[in-house]
Design a protein around this ligand. Structure first.
Ligand code: AP5
Ligand code: MG
Length: 219
């Protein structure tokens, strides 16, 4: 089982790259942020519990995240592996994943860290557009849709995320540096980490990620 973890600050390009890698590797893209947004949209109990944390840029408590994530990766489409985007984000989440994968005899883990300077993050978040129907990601300046407000992939409505307001982006960045960035060292110590310069074009970033993914598999 191949498990790829895409790490990086908010707006680093995890979602953008995870979708491409998912297609390339034929593994499902599992984004905890997308799963929470789906729960918010459907007004589930979990969505209601997560809402306040997400809108203020804080992390949702580990227990809620872990139950949701482990339910998702237990589905049959994840049997051969999956690409994680936005998980793990805290040390307890990383330890819980490690413990779970220790029970899977053929599990191989690769962590790809997309590095982007903080100044770039704010610019990316403030222009981001998301599709309400298929979660496609665009940007007002860097990857504009062909028709304004309309998803190129499925024709759905494009919207801006509530937590992409500048004050919330600053909080998300602070939370990232405090709680998530230490995981880079955690995975580096285990020999699982590779770094990629995320400040380049999406195509160049993907070429690096794809190369690292293939090299790891000896392909
Ligand atoms: P989540 O949805 O995971 O948000 P995030 O980590 O803050 O990351 P983003 O989705 O903002 O950025 P991204 O790296 O995916 O960038 P993207 O590809 O979209 O989490 C949201 C919230 O949910 C959290 O704050 C928390 O409350 C909760 N949550 C989720 N998981 C959790 C967990 N495990 N534990 C606790 N709480 C959790 O790109 C950004 C923009 O830049 C786009 O417009 C894109 O078009 C553009 N772009 C991308 N790449 C490039 C490039 N190379 N050049 C130019 N533009 C680019
Ligand atoms: Mg994302």
């Amino acid at each position: 089982m191949d498990v790829v973890i895409l790490m990086g600050a908010p707006g680093a390009g995890k979602g953008t790259q995870a979708m491409r890698l998912s297609e390339f590797a034929s593994l499902p893209h599992v984004s905890t942020g997308d799963l929470f947004r789906d729960n918010l949209k459907r007004e589930t109990k979990l969505g209601t519990e997560a809402k306040g944390y997400m809108e203020s840029g804080k992390l949702v408590p580990d227990a809620l995240v872990l139950d949701m994530l482990f339910d998702r990766v237990a589905k049959p489409d994840c049997a051969e592996g999956y690409i994680l985007d936005g998980f793990p984000r805290t040390l307890p989440q990383a330890e819980a994943l490690e413990k779970r994968l220790a029970e899977v005899p053929d599990a191989s883990v690769q962590v790809l860290d997309i590095e982007v300077a903080d100044e770039v993050i704010v610019e990316r978040a403030s222009g981001r557009l998301l599709c309400r129907s298929c979660d496609s990601i665009k940007h007002k300046t860097f990857s504009p849709p062909r028709a304004e407000g309309v998803c190129d992939a499925c024709g759905g409505e494009l919207y801006q995320r509530e937590d992409d307001r500048p004050e919330v982006v600053s909080e998300r960045l602070a939370v990232y540096h405090e709680q998530t960035a230490p995981l880079v060292g955690y995975y580096d110590e285990r020999g699982l980490l590779a770094r990629v310069d995320g400040g380049r074009s999406p195509d160049d970033v993907f070429a690096s990620l794809r190369g690292l993914y293939r090299r790891r598999r000896g392909a």
